[in-house]
Design a protein. Structure first.
Length: 371
């Protein structure tokens, strides 16, 4: 089976690394089966700290093609990707296109494949924030409705698809990001020098990330988040997304001395920071889950989340961008630091073998005809 994997953003590199390892392992175990994978990088994330370092660090095969699309408006970026991906698919004639998550790269690849009647497999299918103002929500809904195989991380994701009439080709496999955390957690301890570089101590700091357009493109929301950060007397490490840095501009100088703004970090450095943080504040879906897996309370700087099971379990609080709400949530999070997570919630996202399950499904499936 010839598989074209399309990625473009750093969370997708992490997921693709786990699945690519599983595909290679499946081939070794099954001499008569060949899952031939070719990786196409759209270039949606193009900065070395956001892209190149991930391929090297996660030992992902270098992309066969880098489309070098770069940044731009949603329409421009998606349109250029669609045109360039279509050309690659016509030339390669794959049996399957494999996509991840909810970025413009995901949407463009799904649209290109569907127009060419090529089956699509969507990893992380069925997630819903129920907020259609989010570009990611549009991307994931459209991709799910175009996909032939839908690999869901949770039971809730399966239920979301069923409510939309999607039941065929749906597989609850667990979360491939959990596979990656298990695989790389110890490695991050051995190879990361981030603590030495930043002179940090275990559980002595908060870790924050801000990158979603709903926060970075809204001055009022961004001001609320920064007001909260400036009211905290605990060191806050803030790896700053290039878009956020550009939006903040001179306001960066208004952050107090406890807010330590650094460049984006590699995946292993990020895992090390997450593992040793006291509390995590983020608008990232992936970081919400990584906080849970690493046993760190999370405060989510959004008005909703796709990962509702974390909220139900009491590990995550949704606070939006209001400074007072953020500060109140931190008090509750400190209580979790003191007493630990509630018991009986360790298996929310599978057993850490999600990638192997995906590889087995792909390796044992009959040819798909979607024409």
């Amino acid at each position: 089976m010839k598989i074209i994997t399309v990625v473009g953003a750093r969370p997708q590199f992490v997921k693709a690394a786990a699945v690519s390892r599983a595909l290679a392992a499946f081939n070794k175990r099954n001499n008569n089966t060949s899952l031939e994978e070719k990786i196409v990088h759209t270039g949606q994330h193009y900065d070395d700290n956001m892209s190149k370092v991930f391929f090297k660090e996660l030992q992902i095969q270098s992309p066969s093609v880098n489309l070098e699309v770069g940044s731009g408006s949603h329409g421009y970026q998606s349109g250029v990707m669609l045109e360039r991906i279509e050309k690659i698919l016509i030339e390669s004639n794959p049996d399957l296109v494999l996509v991840y998550g909810d970025t413009n790269s995901t949407l463009a690849a799904a649209l290109a494949a569907s127009k060419l009647h090529i089956p699509i497999a969507h990893v992380e299918a069925g997630l819903r924030s129920f907020n259609r103002r989010m570009p990611e929500e549009i991307n994931r809904v459209v991709t799910d409705h175009l996909s032939t195989l839908l690999f869901c991380p949770t039971d809730i994701a399966v239920q979301n698809l069923a409510k939309e009439g999607i039941t065929k080709g749906v597989h609850q496999v667990g979360d491939v990001m959990y596979d990656s955390v298990l695989f790389n957690s110890d490695l991050s301890e051995k190879s990361s020098s981030i603590f030495k570089r930043l002179s940090l101590k275990n559980k002595s700091f908060y870790l924050a990330t801000i990158h979603r357009a709903e926060n970075t493109d809204n001055k009022e929301r961004l001001r609320g988040i920064l007001d909260a950060f400036n009211s905290i007397d605990v060191p806050i490490v803030l790896p700053l997304h290039p878009r956020t840095k550009k939006t903040l501009g001179s306001n960066l100088n208004k952050c107090n001395k406890e807010v330590r703004i650094i460049d984006p970090v590699s995946y292993l450095d990020m895992l090390a920071l997450e593992k040793h943080a006291r509390i995590i504040l983020t608008d990232s879906g992936g970081v919400q889950k990584e906080a849970f897996w690493l046993g760190v309370p999370c405060v989510t700087l959004r008005d909703e989340t796709e990962w509702v099971e974390l909220v139900h379990a009491g590990c995550n609080q949704i606070v939006g961008a209001d400074a007072s709400a953020i500060l109140e949530a931190l008090l509750k999070a400190e209580d979790i630091v003191e007493h630990g997570f509630p018991s009986g919630i360790s298996d929310l996202y599978g057993d850490g073998c999600s990638s192997e399950k995906i590889a087995a499904i792909l390796g044992n499936m009959e040819p798909i005809n979607v024409s």
